[in-house]
Ligand binder design. Structure first.
Ligand code: APR
Length: 235
């Protein structure tokens, strides 16, 4: 199999692609959801009930992020974007910013980013580096409303869905990397892309829940499998 420069390549990544950068996934053993309950830290209701606890969770994750670096899988996607240019699109469920750090430009962060927050009252945005994280709950400089991480929680609508839908419909290849395929709407993207005629490819350390929709599946670690595959595909 070989990509040509006119092929439209759409990639969806999940927490598994950042595992080799030292960041915990959600659902592997010792994953984040083994140590925290989703309902306590990743819903609008949780933030309403206990914003301090929610901030504590995201502050810890931001701390871990400060030392995390992109791994060979992230850099390989930068190589793929350099090859396919504007025919390449990267959709990520990750909130760690590592795809941007690796140099990718065409990235849609559908679940937001830990590196940003916004005021729940006036919606003003702040880079997290400008926020005083010593405070249990940071407040907006403009209106004194509470700030919250710009992360899409369970029960909220992900970003960029219209754009993503168009990309999926036009894709020649749709590749999923490091995602368990259980969280919707992202888990449904394989079905859309396949329905509209894309070849579907998966790279994961286990078979994801939507494995049956994958035409070519490669079992293994993204940082080991992806660089070799992409070398073959763009040779
Ligand atoms: N290479 C490839 N795959 C890996 C690797 C690796 N090095 N390490 C782990 N994986 C796989 C796991 O086997 C698992 O199937 O990555 C997948 C990670 O799955 P999840 O932890 O469920 O992460 P993800 O699919 O991104 O979760 C989706 O759930 O809680 C929410 O909002 C959160 O965006 C997240 C969403």
């Amino acid at each position: 199999m070989r990509f040509s420069k006119s092929d439209r390549i759409v990639v969806l990544t999940g927490a598994g692609i950042s595992a080799e950068s030292g960041l915990k996934t959600f659902r592997d053993s010792d994953g984040l959801w083994e140590n925290y309950r989703v309902e306590d830290v990743a819903t609008p209701q949780a933030f309403h009930r206990n914003p301090e606890l929610v901030w504590e969770f995201y502050k810890q994750r931001y701390e871990q992020l400060k030392t995390a670096k992109p791994n060979p899988a992230h850099f390989t996607l930068k190589k793929l974007e350099d090859f396919a240019q504007t025919n390449f699109s990267l959709i990520t469920q990750n909130v760690d910013g590592l795809h941007f750090q690796a140099g990718n430009n065409n990235v849609l962060e559908m679940h937001g980013s830990i590196l940003r927050c916004f005021c729940v009252k006036c919606r003003n945005n702040y880079p997290i580096s400008d926020v005083d994280l010593e405070k249990p709950i940071p407040f907006c400089e403009k209106c004194k409303g509470m700030l919250r991480p710009d992360v899409v929680w369970f029960g909220e609508i992900p970003y960029h869905l219209e754009k993503i839908n168009i990309l999926l419909q036009k894709a020649d290849y749709f590749i999923i990397i490091g995602t368990s395929g259980v969280v919707y709407p992202a888990a449904g993207f394989l079905q859309t892309a396949k329905y509209y005629g894309a070849m579907t490819i998966g790279i994961n350390r286990e078979k994801p829940a939507n494995y049956y929709l994958i035409d070519k599946f490669y079992l293994g670690k993204a940082g080991e499998v992806l660089p070799k595959l992409v070398d073959e595909w763009i040779e």
